[in-house]
Design a protein around this ligand. Structure first.
Ligand code: NDP
Ligand code: 2IT
Length: 451
């Protein structure tokens, strides 16, 4: 692992003390700081003007009570969060996550990552993230709606088209965005389409936003392979997760001729040696809101299911591995297994899915490795395209939107590759993404004075 420059160490110490007990936030900050030594050597003003300290401190953090009534008429209480991390480049922008593991440290790590990711898109969006420890699993539609309405009843006063524009993330898809938009509209008496993205097509959503993160990740992989004169044809791929990002990544990989043999959910992973039947994955996960284990039960021969804890999806041999479920889902030991089995490319569809040990192992083994803030930026970039369509009261075709996404991802790849080279580390997409994202935010902050 790269070392932190000694000039940056006191800043990191302060971040750790100020944010005690938030290991994921520390991890995200450390990963960026490891890249910044080379920047402050070249541009000492970023250090002198306190820019790194300022970038590590969220502009505003909101924590609130979310009371709701379940189907048994019992009162339930969850906690809601919105961390408005950085607005130097535009209104805060980033998803909302509903998952029982959500706490302020997780939301802060996500908001921090989002700030640099959004900068890499070159769109005018700042960084933010929100969520709740609400668990949507097993909840009825009515319960989810009442929860979303209660969540928005507090959140609405903190967001707006020019202030903060949330979207989806784990546990928040089209259904939840619809309920939240409905409640926002009702509370404010404004049809402010640009306040949320990931909306349905019938009320101001963008074509290709559901596809964008998964497709974008595969476009990024295409650029990495291109740079080495390789393609997808005949390669075997493994994609963890089976939600929004994973399913559209699988679709695009299959489109390019890769064979995707495994995917997962929090209950375990399924392998189909003939290549996954994506329609069946979607039927189980999207329509029935069921478990991926059902895939094996329905499909039978040529497939098997391994329960979580009894093995890992990263045991399945592949050349392309896309972690698309959650943070720290791929550790150093699992990375070593992937490398032993001949993995060639690892790109993060999820946010921070690889542990620092895994990243170091991939880089040592010369595996092409793309960090989430670059590889999964297609989702938020297309959210910015949705904001653009809303602002101009326009609606683009699917092809037009995907073409823009493709250009944006190609550009992010090229900027990361170029920046890595410029800073003396060719092929290091981590360094390239961190530095290119950081410099863009830091320069805007400098121009705005001490804020
Ligand atoms: P979804 O809720 O649609 O799907 C999440 C998937 O990951 C499910 O298969 C889920 O399994 C699995 N998962 C979630 N938590 C865990 C866990 N703790 N352990 C094992 N599996 C887990 O979310 P998305 O597809 O939208 O998000 C996936 C990742 O991509 C997240 O890291 C998110 O931050 C990131 N991301 C999302 C973007 C977007 O536009 N949606 C944009 C950029 C990044 P189960 O069904 O069992 O819960
Ligand atoms: O992590 C992410 O980039 C997202 N969940 C998407 C954010 C957005 O505003 O579209």
């Amino acid at each position: 692992m790269a070392r932190i420059d000694e000039k940056l160490e006191p800043i990191l110490e302060t971040v750790k003390q100020r944010n005690a007990g938030e290991p994921e936030f520390h991890q995200a900050v450390i990963e960026v700081m490891e890249s910044l030594g080379r920047v402050v050597a070249k541009h000492p003003q970023f250090l002198d003007e306190g820019l790194i300290e300022r970038i590590c401190e969220p502009e505003r953090q909101i924590i609130f009570r979310v009371p709701w009534v379940d189907d048994q008429n019992r009162v339930r209480i969850n906690r809601g969060f919105r961390v408005q991390f950085n607005s130097a480049l535009g209104p805060y922008k980033g998803g909302i996550r509903f998952h029982p593991s959500v706490n302020v440290g997780i939301i802060k790590f996500l908001g921090f990552e989002q700030t640099f990711k959004n900068a890499l898109t070159t769109m005018p969006i700042g960084g933010g993230k929100g969520g709740s420890d609400f668990d949507p699993k097993g909840r009825s539609d009515g319960e989810v709606m009442r929860f979303c309405q209660s969540f928005m009843t507090e959140l609405y006063r903190h967001i707006g088209e020019y202030t903060d524009v949330p979207a989806g993330d784990i546990g928040v898809g089209g259904r939840e965005i619809g309920y939240m938009f409905g409640q926002y509209k009702r509370l404010t008496n404004r049809y402010e389409a640009g306040v949320l993205t990931g909306k349905g097509l019938s009320y101001g959503g963008s074509r290709a936003r559901p596809e964008a993160t998964g497709y974008g990740t595969v476009f990024f992989v295409r650029s990495m392979l291109d740079a080495c004169g390789e393609g997808f044809e005949g390669k075997t791929a493994v994609v963890s997760g089976s939600g929004n990002v994973a399913t559209f990544a699988i679709q695009k990989l299959q489109h390019y001729g890769a064979k995707v043999v495994a995917c997962s959910d929090s209950g375990g992973y399924v392998v189909d040696e003939n290549g996954l039947d994506l329609d069946l994955v979607r039927e189980i996960k999207e329509n029935r809101r069921g478990r991926i284990s059902e895939y094996h039960r329905i499909k039978g021969t040529g497939t098997y299911f391994i329960e979580a804890g009894k093995g890992s999806i990263w045991d399945v041999p592949c050349e392309i591995a896309l972690p698309c479920a959650t943070q720290n889902e791929l550790n150093g030991k699992q990375a070593a297994t992937l490398i032993r089995n001949g993995v060639r490319v690892v790109a993060e569809g999820a946010n921070m899915p690889c542990t620092p040990e895994a990243i170091a192992a991939f880089q040592r083994a010369d595996v092409l490795y793309a960090p989430g803030k670059a590889a999964n930026a297609g989702g938020v970039a297309t959210s910015a395209l949705e904001m653009q369509q809303n602002a101009s009261r326009d609606s683009w075709t699917f092809e037009q939107t995907v073409d823009r996404l493709d250009d944006i991802m190609t550009n992010i790849h090229d900027v990361c590759a170029r920046t890595a080279e410029e800073y003396g580390a060719p092929g290091d997409y981590v360094l390239g993404a961190n530095i290119a994202g950081f410099v863009r935010v830091a320069e805007a902050m400098r121009a705005l004075g001490v804020i």
